[in-house]
Write a protein that binds this ligand. Sequence first.
Ligand SMILES: C[S@@+](CC[C@H](N)C(=O)[O-])C[C@H]1O[C@@H](n2cnc3c(N)ncnc32)[C@H](O)[C@@H]1O
Length: 390
Amino acid sequence: MTHRRSAYKHTNASIHPVCHDEIALSFVYYDLPPRSSDELLPLVNDSPHKPPRRPRYQGKNPRQFDEKYKELQPEKYAEDVAKVTASGKTPAGTHRPIMVAEIMEVLRPRPGETAVDCTLGYGGHSRELLQAVQPGGRLIGLDADPIELPKTEQRLRAMGFPAEALVITRTNFAGLSKTLAEHAPEGADVLLADLGLSSMQIDDPARGFSFKQDGPLDMRMNPQRGLSAEEWLKKVSVADLAGALSENADEPQAVLLAKAIIHAQSQYPLTTTLDLAELIRRAITRFSTEATTATIQRVFQAIRIAVNDEFEVLDALLRQLPQCLKPGGRVAILTFHSGEDRRVKHAFKQGLASGVYSRVAPDVTRASSDEQHANPRSSPAKLRWAIREA
Ligand SMILES: C[S@@+](CC[C@H](N)C(=O)[O-])C[C@H]1O[C@@H](n2cnc3c(N)ncnc32)[C@H](O)[C@@H]1O
């Protein structure tokens, strides 16, 4: 239904209640078989003159993000939120920190130390780090997201730590050395980067990261900077898009999908997440449902990585890391796909060879099976660590 609304939006000018052929023609733009009249009738009946439907939400099993008012107020509805968590889901508007015990084990933060969290998110790891460096220590938290950052700062400040123990800055971690030059020129004792997206960002359709709910095709961690996914797709060539799909997500159908997306983009604007998801579905009609979902996930991941320059900023972080750590300082990085892990592994290995690091993780650590079961979002996570030479 939602797709039909999306399709309707793009073909508005050509639709007449009795002229199905014109609607069918409009699907030629997708380079895909036109739909039958039966299929198209609901589209026609979804007329702009019809009064909008009353929302059917009864309050029992909310499905849409903004209907989940209890989950969005975890302080007020702690019991309901605990039930959602126990069912293996992440309550809307929150994020469950991953591999907390393993990270604390490798970072070993001590009272009085300076901890840096490059990816503050919901503040789950930061809270633990902040606690561990008390008394006398402090946490410097960075995040690029101007929407979630103030909420996280408010939550952390309400926890009763001394005001001076918490420094929060809305910065891309590519500018880490500049931030530390201002707030901790001596460097960090411990440093964490938990890459990728928070659950708040993934689950909020308005951010445009999710292919499950309709939202603007945005995908920026900081929507105030750079090009949205929609704008990026308007500018990118088939070759560059195919390269991004292949490099950022190992997409086997990179060329086919790049051609389909750019061709569609030249015919009508792709403005919503469901527009893009539906276009991918139609480009690979012979795939199973699971394979189709996996393809959509990979395309979204690849575009998100491109829009946020994720590999470039990670490379910049890895280059700056040694100078941002005190001698003997510890760093832990959580990655979520092979493109990220390869970079971290390579940088740590090179740092060990050149003597910048005295020790690095011999292998990745994964979330325990209990954690993966309780929080499926921890399944792809890989943890690596390094210790700067003393
Ligand atoms: C996986 S979440 C971190 C969750 C956090 N560890 C917690 O316990 O809540 C990743 C966060 O990093 C932020 N982020 C991703 N790339 C970034 C970058 N280059 N610079 C700054 N923040 C970034 C995202 O906005 C997001 O809030």
